[in-house]
Design a protein around this ligand. Sequence first.
Ligand code: ADP
Length: 759
Amino acid sequence: MPTVPDPDAAPTSRIAVLTSGGDAQGMNAAVRGAVRTALHLGAEVFAIYEGYQGMVDGGDGIRQVGWDDVGNVLHRGGTMIGTYRSKDFRERAGRLRAAANLVERGIDRLIVIGGDGSLSGLDLFRQEWPGLLAELADTGRIDQALADAHPALMIAGLVGSIDNDLVGTDMTIGADSALHRIVDAIDAIASTAASHQRSFVVEVMGRHCGYLALMSAIAGGCDYVLIPEHPPADGWEDRMCAELRRGRAAGRRDSIVIVAEGAQDREGRPITAAYVRDTIEQRLDEDTRVTILGHVQRGGRPSAFDRWASTWLGHAAAEEVLAATPESVAHVVGIRGNRIAKVPLMQAVERTREVPAAISRGDYAEAMRLRGGSFTEMTQVFAEMSEPPVPALAEGEAPRRVAILHAGGLAPGMNTAARAAVRLGIDRGHTMLGVRGGFPGLRDGQVEELTWGDVEGWTSIGGAELGIRRSVPDIEDLYAIGRSLEASRVDALLVVGGWNAYQGAHRLWEERDRYPAFRIPVVCVPASIDNNLPGSELAIGTDTALNAIVEAVDRIKQSASARRRCFVVETMGRYCGYLALMGGLASGAERVYLHEEGITLDDLQDDVRRLRSSFDAGRRLYLAIRNERASEQYTTDFLARLLDQEGQERYDVRQAVLGHLQQGGDPSPFDRVLATRLVAHAVDLLTEQLAAGGREAQLVGLVAGRVQATPMARMLELMDMAHRRPRDQWWLDLRPVVRAVSEPPPPVLAGPRAPSAGL
Ligand code: ADP
């Protein structure tokens, strides 16, 4: 490996990163991802402090950064390089100074993490760049040769905004963590509200975007929500109060209304939290309190999603900018349906700005259309779930009976799914039944009706109130299961669970020729922390488990602050490495061991060499994450002993098997929303089948961001049966990202490599 500068090498690319506008959790992960990837690709990297102001001021505001400068930041909220709303940068004179400060340092590639304001400023700067440099050369501030060497500014934008308001990407950096803060607050408020039978009005951020309000209302199991894009029709106060009253009558002990800060009525008059409180107090004579969450929503530790997704985004932005040529189109880099998506920068900004424009001219249908199909769908789902039912059946029509059953391992979010199923099923006129204790419970006839009020409060609790068993029905059980389905007059079955649940449903489906009772519509909904189910890229429970892993690893890392230590942490997942890889990405692991890749002796020798040299170079902490079945021979204990022995006193090694804490805990906001979304689709499928006299068995899941159904007949072909995991696993594409942000480049002064090479 060369260690001296190569005289023939192309000049090294110089790239700068800044954060601008409102801060958002996850910005640090994005900065780290961008800086490390750029270093990994051989670029020289600069951080610009205090947003655009640092670029205008120059001096210490623009500093070259190395690998370790962005270490130990993943768990921190805010932005380590500061942010600012720069007035100077809004003026051409300010941008002229900024251009001089960049070009004098040889920087002509720039990544900006900010909201739509910051990104439009970035685009303007890029357009002006040739003119600014010409002026700098004409006035003698820089040499003409320097201007000629940097004919264009190459840029990429990442959206940092807790509002999730950028059209064209699924999630902006910070939105998921903000949802965590809000839903934590709602859970806390719900328990005190229920004790006193009080009503609460909670105001959340979102001047033009109702995302946080709507999703937190769904995840928090709230009663009513007011968002800017979908103002309520005249007389909404009467309807809201009637709904709250009916909710109380149906068994609710609390009422919670969520108001987005930009909520308004159809005439554009603001609806404030205080107005909602006064309305409830006057009309319902209920003790009502207001909570305005404010800046709490921006604060605190970033969620697991904001860590891994922002790392991925930073990585993709660095690749994009380093591969760009002066002719390239500038992009915003986002994530859509678990894939990196690039949207032309100004198109993204303009479409985002169309939403407030549509709201202010009263074109709410357009505002909702711009927000996208799933936003509209979730608005509808929320209304159906929160409103106590009015009879949906025509006279003389008998309700159909739909049973819910859990099987497999426990996954947080199962209760959310059961609640959604009961409420949405009742809304469609069905009688909803709960099977207690999985397939054995079904065999033994443990089937009972669940009412709208029975599932009150289930949104937020971990575990499975209906009970869950791992067992798959045996051939001997089938007759008794058939009898039980007939005795309880079950017309359709909704199975929410893991691989054993899928296998059980598959067995009933296979045996339908022999048992008439099995000839009913069946839908499976994926719920497993392992994320190993067919027909869905994500299962309910995985996000909660990832958050548990990240929290545990944060503590483990902190425990070693005074030592030179290597940790080997084991995660669950059976043969599926999702938790290990994503947990590693989110918690800053140096090495991840997966069954999908296997472990060889050569790998271990490389790891030992890497550990030794990095601790010799001053490293204090090394984190390896191992999937529980990564290798039969090289167990967690073996790895820890090997690394310890071979470290020769450079560091000590500790191992931690995270175990069942990954399955416990209350479901994360993402898992609650996912559970609701998947179950809404499942209940629709069952309802269609029941109406049409069909008896299809199907699997619902999230594929490329959309909820879709897969016929049960395809289940086995989608699986690697030997390892009980899907054949196609999208997240394996993130392995190069782990390497790029965990392997420092060798100390060589070479030109930039092609961005896709060497990763
Ligand atoms: P956000 O990026 O969160 O939308 P702002 O709209 O306040 O936040 O923008 C952040 C900063 O980006 C501004 O303070 C300013 O420095 C810069 N900026 C925003 N819009 C422009 C613009 N049209 N021209 C130049 N700079 C801009």
